[in-house]
Ligand binder design. Structure first.
Ligand code: GLA
Length: 393
């Protein structure tokens, strides 16, 4: 081989290595966005529902707003064959064909399993079949795996009775094992840990290959539960970074149990928390109001900010709270939230946030610039509502 040919070969090899690295480091570079079947369809979800969700993501403009992942949650699983290969159940006649369909729409497909013998809904999970399942997912064209602890707690108790530190090691090893199995397929597959925030998962989630990890038990479609989760994510901001996100659970926007103000608070808070935005409603039957909340581009831009820094609570007075999130270019997102049952004025003091009195303010739900008088901005916030601002110098 001549010197120049060698040079070209070396250049190609380097370029390929750089591309592989770039692919690794950009998997979940910003919090994953998409849809998940559980919050609305739960155990009823079928192939047709997933196709309808994919169609709706495109026709509603959600895909173009960033909602890319179409995630099938629990209850797609059938039985294993004599070789141990997992098959789908009757609700999902052909997973590869479904993946092809979803991909043809410019979307990605996610799936669900767990390290135990059974999923939370009692279906077949991956215990003892991790490599085999990872290969099956890759062959189907899966792009995202939510891996839910569920029955693995039984294995932990069985293998390390009354030994909690050992049980914790077993849990970490189980997540690590599936991570390695996914990596070994060579297909970039986002790895979503679901073990309800136990053992401070944010401290070791990246170590076991998690791109995101649930920080809490399940959300439901009530103000009480959503607010309990969202306003209790204090102190977790330092654990989030590109590729590694805290996950306060999926969105309930549009499922009908909260008011529009409450859903806007949900969306604003999740954006400040750099949370994955996985819509959980029936996308084929969305009201214009639900769609407007889910596709507010200015709020999504906060969630997806390239700096990848999660926000945290900055001030609290009674049941009013101000949460802030640093953004690219020295800007800041500020959520002024009223958790009370009555209206309250909330005041933002620019100097308290490190800005001069001349800082620019924009209301991200009103889509208009607003002005601070003498360096402070006061707004009357209705019960359970929030005002979302972008502050820049
Ligand atoms: C657990 C998870 C939920 C959902 C169900 C499915 O409860 O936390 O998000 O995946 O299992 O059975």
């Amino acid at each position: 081989m001549s010197f120049s040919k060698l040079g070209v070969t070396a250049f190609i090899a380097l370029t390929l290595a750089a591309a592989a690295f770039a692919q690794d480091s950009t998997l979940a570079a910003t919090p994953p966005m998409g849809w998940n079947s559980w919050n609305h369809f739960a155990g009823r979800v079928s192939d047709a529902d997933v196709r309808a969700a994919a169609d709706a993501l495109v026709s509603s403009g959600m895909r173009d707003a960033g909602y890319i992942y179409v995630n099938i949650d629990d209850t797609w699983e059938g039985q294993r064959d004599a070789q141990g290969v997992i098959h789908t159940n009757d609700k999902f006649p052909d997973m590869k064909a479904l993946a092809d369909y979803v991909h043809s729409k410019g979307l990605k497909l996610g799936i669900y399993s767990g390290p135990g013998p059974k999923t939370c809904a009692g279906f077949e999970a991956s215990y003892g079949h991790e490599e085999q399942d990872a290969k099956t997912y890759a062959a189907w064209g899966i792009d995202y795996l939510k891996y839910d602890l569920c029955s693995f707690t039984g294995i932990m108790r069985q293998q390390a009775p009354h030994d909690q530190p050992k049980q914790f090691e077993l849990m970490k090893a189980a997540y690590q094992k599936m991570h390695q199995a996914l990596v070994a397929t060579g297909r970039p597959i986002v790895f979503s840990l679901c073990q309800y925030g136990w053992n401070d998962v944010w401290k070791w989630g990246p170590e076991v290959g998690g791109n995101l990890w649930r920080t809490t038990g399940d959300i439901n479609d009530t103000w009480q539960r959503m607010a309990d989760i969202g306003f209790n994510q204090l102190g977790l901001s330092k654990y989030a970074a590109p590729g590694h996100w805290n996950d306060p659970d999926m969105l309930e926007v549009g499922n009908g149990g909260m008011t529009s103000d409450e859903y806007r608070t949900h969306m604003s808070l999740w954006a400040i928390l750099a949370a994955p935005l996985l819509a959980g409603n029936d996308l084929s039957k969305m009201t214009p109001d639900t769609l407007a909340i889910l596709t507010n581009k200015e709020v999504i831009a906060v969630d997806q900010d390239a700096l990848g820094k999660q926000g945290d609570r900055a001030f609290a007075v009674g049941l009013t709270e101000i949460w802030t999130r640093p953004l690219t270019g020295g800007a800041l997102a500020a959520g002024l939230f009223n958790r009370d049952e009555t209206e309250h004025p909330i005041t933002l003091h620019l100097r308290d946030l490190g800005f001069s009195n001349q800082a620019k303010l924009r209301d991200l739900w009103q889509h208009q610039d607003v002005t601070a008088a003498n360096g402070s901005y006061t707004v009357n916030v209705p019960p359970h509502a929030g005002v979302m601002l972008r502050v820049s110098q």
